[in-house]
Design a protein around this ligand. Structure first.
Ligand code: BES
Ligand code: MN
Ligand code: ZN
Length: 494
């Protein structure tokens, strides 16, 4: 359930969990309070209290003291370096996480749960939007599997002078719902989310928002020669699927295909992962969840652009019916692939999705996948790598910058493709280790033809293994959903 938002021009009382920004001067202990509360005496008092306790925190972190006006409540001092949208989004997220944590000490029986008040400095609509997004994204919790339900924050009050905030609130809630949807799907264990479950959810969600859905399963896979999806899913008790979800408004004159890797669990197959690498592999369907949520968002925002999502769904398991190393499969474009590593399964299923997507001649195609451990080595755990046709690559990167999601453009150097040469087939599915993220991108390049294309590797940032920071919780992050929606919106403006 989503917390409710109220934007107010004036606060009746400061007696509530109250969040302000703070910045500690480099050369002194002096804490500067950054807030739009008009009461300068109160702010000065806060500044000296925070200075007295040596409050100091980075952007994305917060520091709590008892509220000077009512010591039943915390005063949340959220690190804030500047008042750009990115910083405000992170500060609001950190503030709400701290407020939520303080409230979680209450039990459900404690009837009154106070709203958290955010009073961060800003003037413009896009700054308010960032604060609301950060607050909602920071409030996310995944409690489906916990017995003791902790008290949940019910309401966030935001102090703002921005006129007519209703539309901004609605947009922030819509985007947050989409990110929540991705996070919920990714956090759900594979036992409760197999390819059939995810396909059923996609079909039901499509119907809710006026999108068309079609599922390719069973005999359809052979008929359409979806060789990669059929091969990777062959070892699972739940058969694989390709799901097509389309938002096709009448006035659209631009079309984008979105292809998502949807491995509901990646054991590695016969090229079995070692135990510690297998943990968290329920997250290997993040790409599919993200393209689904992005397409539903396009529908809900009524964007005048055609968006087609392709969810490549399979469970990569070990059984007598699994594919083996050395097996060769042949795709619908005639290309054959020798499987030298069953753990390089993502590219095998994406190849089908890309071929199906490009056969419809979209103006561009974007795939997104938790594709390679090499992406984590190259870019760390917080950045996405974007590869592909330079123009689309750059446009996605710009959308990521606008959305405040960290991403970097990466090349596809042709010489690395020699590692994919096969003795008996047109190519192998895995090459040498160096540049592994780029090798995977080069493999995919064989399946997009001349369609302008971007490939996003989110193996690092899809899941946060460490503690929460800013608006990013521990666990599934929903990274790049906002970037994709921003990219779709940008295309409507051109
Ligand atoms: N799903 C993994 C990639 C991954 C690793 C995602 C870590 C998230 C965190 C993918 O299917 C995989 O196993 N890739 C192999 C490819 C290799 C065999 C060429 C890898 O990265 O080791
Ligand atoms: Mn794998
Ligand atoms: Zn995988």
């Amino acid at each position: 359930m989503m917390v409710s938002i109220e934007v107010v021009k004036k606060l009746d009382s400061l007696a509530a969990p109250l969040a302000v920004g703070i910045k500690t001067e480099k050369d002194s202990r002096q804490v500067q309070v950054l807030s739009n509360i008009p009461d300068s005496a109160f702010l000065a008092q806060l500044s000296s209290s925070l200075t007295a306790v040596g409050a100091d925190c980075a952007l994305g972190d917060s520091y709590l003291i008892p509220s000077p006006l009512d010591s039943r409540y915390p005063l949340i001092a959220s690190g804030l370096t500047e008042t750009g949208s990115d910083a405000l989004r992170q500060a609001a997220g950190a503030a709400i996480r701290a407020g939520q944590k303080a409230l979680s000490k209450y039990q459900e029986k404690d009837a009154v749960i106070s709203p958290v008040v955010i009073a961060l400095p800003h003037n413009h609509a896009d700054q308010l939007q960032a604060i609301l997004e950060g607050a909602l994204l920071g409030a996310y919790q995944f409690t489906a599997y916990q017995q003791a339900k902790k008290a949940q924050l019910q309401k966030i009050i935001v102090l703002s002078a921005v006129e007519n905030p209703e539309k901004i609130i609605a947009k922030a809630q819509l985007i947050a719902q989409a990110v929540y949807q991705v996070r919920d799907l990714v956090n759900t264990p594979a036992r409760d989310l197999n390819p059939q479950d995810l396909a059923d959810i996609a079909v039901a969600e499509a119907a809710k928002y006026g999108c068309q859905a079609k599922v390719f399963a069973g005999a359809d896979l052979a008929k359409e020669q979806l060789a990669g999806i059929a091969a990777v899913g062959a070892g699972s008790a739940t058969p694989p699927r390709l799901v097509r979800v389309e938002w096709a408004p009448a006035q659209a004159n631009y079309s984008i295909a979105l292809v998502g890797k949807g491995i509901t669990f990646d054991s590695g197959g016969y090229s079995l992962k070692p135990p510690t690498s297998m943990v968290d592999m329920k997250t290997d369907m993040t790409g599919a969840a993200t393209v689904l949520a992005a397409t539903l968002s396009a529908a809900r925002l009524n964007l005048p652009i055609r968006v087609t999502a392709w969810l490549c769904l399979a469970e990569n398991m070990v059984s007598a019916s699994s594919i083996r190393p050395d097996d060769v499969i042949t795709y619908r474009n005639g290309k054959s692939v020798e499987i030298n590593n069953t753990d390089a399964e993502g590219r095998l299923v994406l190849a089908d999705g890309l071929l199906m997507a490009c056969a419809e001649e979209p103006d561009e195609v974007i795939d997104i996948a938790t594709l390679t451990g090499a992406a984590v080595v190259a870019l760390g755990e917080r950045l996405s790598g974007i590869m592909g046709t330079p123009e689309i690559r750059k446009a996605v990167r710009q959308a990521a910058d606008t959305a405040g999601e960290a991403a970097w453009e990466m090349p596809l150097p042709a010489h690395l493709a020699t590692g994919l040469r096969s003795r008996i087939a047109d190519m192998k599915n895995s090459g040498k280790r160096p540049g592994g993220m780029l090798v995977a991108g080069l493999f995919l390049q064989n399946f997009v033809g001349n369609t302008p294309w971007a490939h996003i590797d989110i193996a690092g940032p899809a899941f946060n293994n460490e503690s929460a920071y800013g608006y990013t919780p521990a666990g599934a992050t929903g990274i790049m959903l906002r970037t994709l929606v921003q990219h779709l919106e940008n295309k409507c403006q051109n």
